[in-house]
Design a protein around this ligand. Structure first.
Ligand SMILES: Cc1cc2nc3c(=O)[nH]c(=O)nc-3n(C[C@H](O)[C@H](O)[C@H](O)COP(=O)(O)OP(=O)(O)OC[C@H]3O[C@@H](n4cnc5c(N)ncnc54)[C@H](O)[C@@H]3O)c2cc1C
Length: 466
């Protein structure tokens, strides 16, 4: 008989991982601490409880990366997507679900599966050594005892407790007739070129208008359990601005060591810098711009920055209670801890963001663990697929100046900026969101993704769905 795989955490990722394993005939013990021990956000004892919104976001696979991820997961036999489709509510182009019926269906399907045993109780230490294959999927609110155990195993600095997220911009939407590439004082540094940053210049009037807008913009509040998250190295920009109008000009927006080649005789009053955020160079993050501004306000205020007038954001800023590993450093390409390969990680704890992305990484972890148990080699999905692009983000596709440190790796939703670029023929100008070059580019990427996914699913090493 095949030995059991232990999955810790019956949330979005753990439920999907257990399902994928069981569907391959691999026996699973799924450990969920609720209701024996609650979290600060969950309200029920159901598996796959949605702690906040009931939306899985856009279901449009042709032009939206999360819609594409839905479709790929459906094709890979996802339990989470089946339950979502069974319980969907009217929500325009989004996939919204009846949360109780959704979680009820997931719980019932797992409980009824002959290969799955559900154990209620906290795993409060590293799993015993005779558990030789474990998936840890304990989420952003992992219990403190397990956090301490993981931390002692990985090193204290490799597990973060708050994500301090700066917005990320799609490169193609930055106006390079206004911005320019240069590192401060042209410093080359380890692995740099001296032109590693994109710089956006502001004159005094633009800076004053930006500070006024920042101070007046609407902010989001912290939840009760998110007490005192600020630490000085990581203050939200609006908090810095509240400390004095010039604080940002002497902090992340300081204009020193930079010369604007478009106007070499004019010294900028302030500069916003963007740093490359993925190996493909398609995504750039706004250095030091972690913020608690409301999302709509971020788009409005940050588009005031010269060169970002038409910026499209792959991710907006935030500051939340979260628990996530420095995955690019710690995990191999099949999500195993390099230092202790019997432990695999899945879900939000690996540095993805969102219900769907967490379930997607659970799906991959389950398939990888199943392949291992069945003596197959598990190839990762191609990086051209949404599943592969997301996996590459957490296991190594990410780069930045301080590569591989917990400080630079931040959680991320799936987005087309994570995919290898694709060229599309010039398009005639069209009207509306479903026309033009951007639409055709997304559609081409989505079609390439599904073709590559189907090929991957049909190879025996991928443990294709039955
Ligand atoms: C307050 C809050 C609001 C959020 N709102 C949204 C939103 O609106 N939309 C969105 O897409 N994402 C949201 N997220 C992110 C969301 O948590 C993740 O997207 C998703 O739930 C993560 O899935 P997961 O499986 O990794 O973790 P979870 O779904 O949280 O599952 C982890 C499970 O592990 C269990 N567990 C923890 N520690 C142990 C232990 N030691 N032993 C056994 N079991 C344990 C927990 O009880 C839980 O059931 C929110 C997160 C938080 C914290």
């Amino acid at each position: 008989m095949t030995d059991k795989v232990h999955v810790i955490g019956g949330g979005l990722a753990g439920s999907e991982a257990a399902w994928q394993l069981a569907q391959k005939g691999v026996p699973v013990v799924l450990h969920e601490m609720r209701p024996v021990r609650p979290t600060e956000a969950h309200k029920t004892d159901a598996l796959a409880e949605l702690v906040c919104s009931n939306s899985f976001r856009s279901d449009d696979w042709e032009t939206n990366a999360v819609g594409l991820l839905h479709e790929e997961m459906r094709r890979a036999g996802s339990l989470i997507m089946t339950a979502a489709d069974q319980n969907k509510l009217p929500a325009g182009g989004a996939l919204a679900v009846d949360r109780d019926a959704f979680a009820g269906d997931v719980t019932a399907a797992l409980a009824a599966h002959a290969s799955i045993e559900i154990e209620r109780g906290e795993i409060a230490s590293l799993p015993p050594t005779d558990w030789d294959s474990v998936i840890v999927a304990t989420g952003p609110l992992t219990s403190p005892a397990l956090v301490r155990a993981v931390q002692s195993h990985t090193g204290e600095a490799e597990l973060a407790f708050f994500d301090a997220i700066a917005p990320i911009v799609h490169f193609e939407t930055i106006d390079m007739d206004i911005c320019w590439r240069q590192s401060r004082y042209d410093k080359v540094g380890p692995g740099g070129s001296g032109a590693d940053y994109i710089n956006c210049p502001l004159d005094k009037d633009q800076y004053d208008a930006f500070i006024d807008a920042l101070l007046a913009a609407e902010k989001t509040a912290f939840k009760d359990f998110e007490s005192t998250p600020y630490f000085e190295g990581c203050l939200p920009i609006e908090v810095m601005a509240e400390r004095g109008r010039d604080t940002l000009r002497y902090g992340p927006m300081k204009p020193v060591g930079l010369t604007d080649p478009h106007r070499p005789d004019v010294k900028p009053y302030a500069v916003v810098q963007l740093r490359q955020d993925n190996a493909l160079g398609t995504l750039w993050n706004m250095v030091g711009f972690q913020t608690k501004l409301r999302h709509g306000e971020q788009v409005r205020v940050f588009r005031m920055i010269p060169g970002l007038g038409h910026a499209e954001f792959a991710r907006l800023g935030g500051l939340h209670r979260n628990t996530f590993l420095n995955s690019p450093k710690l995990l191999d390409e099949s999500l195993r801890l390099k230092a202790d390969p019997r432990l695999r990680f899945a879900g939000q704890i690996t540095g993805v963001e969102g219900y769907v992305e967490s379930a997607a990484i659970g799906l991959l972890a389950g398939r990888f663990a199943a392949a291992e148990r069945l003596g197959l080699s598990a190839s990762p999905p191609p990086p051209t697929t949404a599943l592969g692009a997301l996996l590459a983000h957490i296991t190594g596709g990410h780069v930045s100046a301080d590569e591989g440190t917990a400080r630079s790796f931040q959680p991320m939703n799936v987005n087309f900026g994570l995919f290898p670029p694709i060229s599309v023929p010039r398009q005639p100008r069209g009207k509306g969101p479903r026309s033009g070059k951007s639409f055709e580019r997304k559609r081409a990427m989505a079609n390439r993704a599904l073709a590559d996914l189907d090929r991957w699913l049909s190879t025996p090493t991928s443990v294709a769905a039955e």
